[in-house]
Design a protein around this ligand. Structure first.
Ligand SMILES: Nc1ncnc2c1ncn2[C@@H]1O[C@H](COP(=O)(O)OP(=O)(O)O)[C@@H](O)[C@H]1O
Ligand SMILES: [Mg+2]
Length: 376
């Protein structure tokens, strides 16, 4: 019987997961180096320790009936350590190994018969010359591990620029990807249970600003055929990966309706926040269900949604304009309890419920609402 859930990572994804887990009656313990973390504020307890502190990780394992994690940059040794000592942890270290490495992830997608952007492994500066010839420009160089929110990425359009990026990366392994002139960025949130059941949410459409998600429109403005294909690909990837829990697959949609997998996240995802407010079972509750062996819920959409991220601006820690924002009853505000609004830090988001078409007027309305907010 599962009573206590351990969560490695105390950020906003852990917080929203913990809120649903608490509602469902579970105890939650989180582990994060930052005291009073967003998840720690709503969990029953927080262990304050680094993610690779094996003694602390073992302590979390001992006190939890199942352990999960809220981001993929946790040290894989920590997950292996829990497995080796017989603690229940999900997703497994095999899943984490693939999804925390952009090269393994893309090779895995291709093994599943699912296309990706052309890519090459960059270990030495010689590899740059070869990739320039074989894959070409414009290209994007990314650290194979550890990147998120556009961090550890360089957009390059010449060999000289690629060499400069390689030097800046100081010897860490890189991936060279062809820049895709996509018409839409899409994502599919899905959850797989241990009995191999998979549910997928309606496809979401994402807009990024300098590599950070800024807006999600759900459902995406794509054809039924594209939507079905994307959801099918997400199911295949989850099943072949053998993941237990909620995960996300990001895609590029090209002008000729080709879907290319960009990356996978073995956890709930920023582009799935909308599921909290417009479905009966959020991506977080679905994750609770999967890891606790409860049946998954077939998601039902009550309304269309536009989700806007609220990023810090580095100008102050007080969010002004909230009164004005909340005068609109279609808006649901979520703040993460972070005390410092450092520039470009994810501080919160809002979901605008749309009971009509997701047309330019609706999108304009969401932008206007977002413009009411600023940090003082
Ligand atoms: N190959 C590519 N072609 C075009 N745009 C890309 C490519 N790779 C990344 N991007 C852009 O950069 C964003 C962040 O890259 P991503 O690989 O998703 O890394 P992160 O882990 O930071 O989310 C993407 O959402 C997309 O907008
Ligand atoms: Mg991404």
């Amino acid at each position: 019987m599962i009573r206590t859930i351990g969560v490695i990572g105390g950020g906003q994804l852990g917080r929203m997961f913990a809120l649903d887990a608490k509602r469902m009656g579970y105890d939650v313990i989180t582990l994060d180096p930052q005291e009073h973390s967003p998840c720690g504020q709503v969990a029953d307890e927080q262990i304050v320790a680094q993610y690779d502190n094996l003694a602390a990780i073992e302590d979390l394992g001992r006190r939890s009936d199942v352990v999960t994690y809220e981001f993929e940059n946790v040290a894989i040794e920590s997950i292996r350590h829990l497995e080796k000592h017989g603690f229940s942890v999900t997703p497994s270290s095999d899943v984490l190994r693939v999804t925390q490495n952009r090269l393994l992830e893309k090779r895995f997608a291709r093994e599943c018969g699912i296309p990706t952007a052309d890519f090459a492994e960059i270990d030495r500066s010689d590899d740059l010359v070869q990739a320039a010839q074989e894959i070409g420009f414009p290209a994007i160089l990314k650290t194979v591990r550890g990147g998120y929110d556009g961090k550890g990425q360089w957009r390059v359009d010449s060999l000289a620029a690629a060499e400069a990026a390689f030097a800046e990366a100081k010897g860490v392994q890189l991936i060279w990807e062809r820049m895709i002139p996509f018409v839409r960025e899409l994502s599919v949130i899905a959850t797989r249970a241990a009995n191999d059941d998979v549910v997928t949410y309606p496809v979401a459409e994402n807009a990024h600003d300098h590599g950070i998600l800024s807006m999600t429109i759900a459902p995406a403005r794509v054809s039924e055929e594209v939507s079905t294909r994307a959801r099918g690909m997400a199911s295949i990837l989850g099943r072949r990966l053998g993941i237990v829990g909620t995960y996300c697959v990001e895609f590029f949609l090209t002008a000729d309706d080709e879907l290319l997998v960009n990356e996978m996240a073995p956890r709930p995802h920023n582009s799935g926040h909308y599921t909290i407010d417009v479905t009966q079972c959020s991506q977080y509750e679905q994750h609770v269900r999967a890891i606790c062996g409860l049946p998954l819920a077939q998601p039902h959409l009550y309304a269309n949604a536009i989700m806007m991220n609220i990023l810090g601006e580095g100008t102050g820690d007080h969010l002004a304009g909230v009164e004005d924002l909340l005068a609109d009853p279609t808006i649901v505000l979520h703040m993460y309890g972070k005390h410092h609004a450092v520039a470009r830090r994810k501080m919160g988001h809002f979901t605008m419920l749309i009971n009509g078409p997701l047309d330019p007027t609706a999108i304009e309305k969401a932008h206007t609402a977002h413009a009411k907010l600023h940090w003082l």
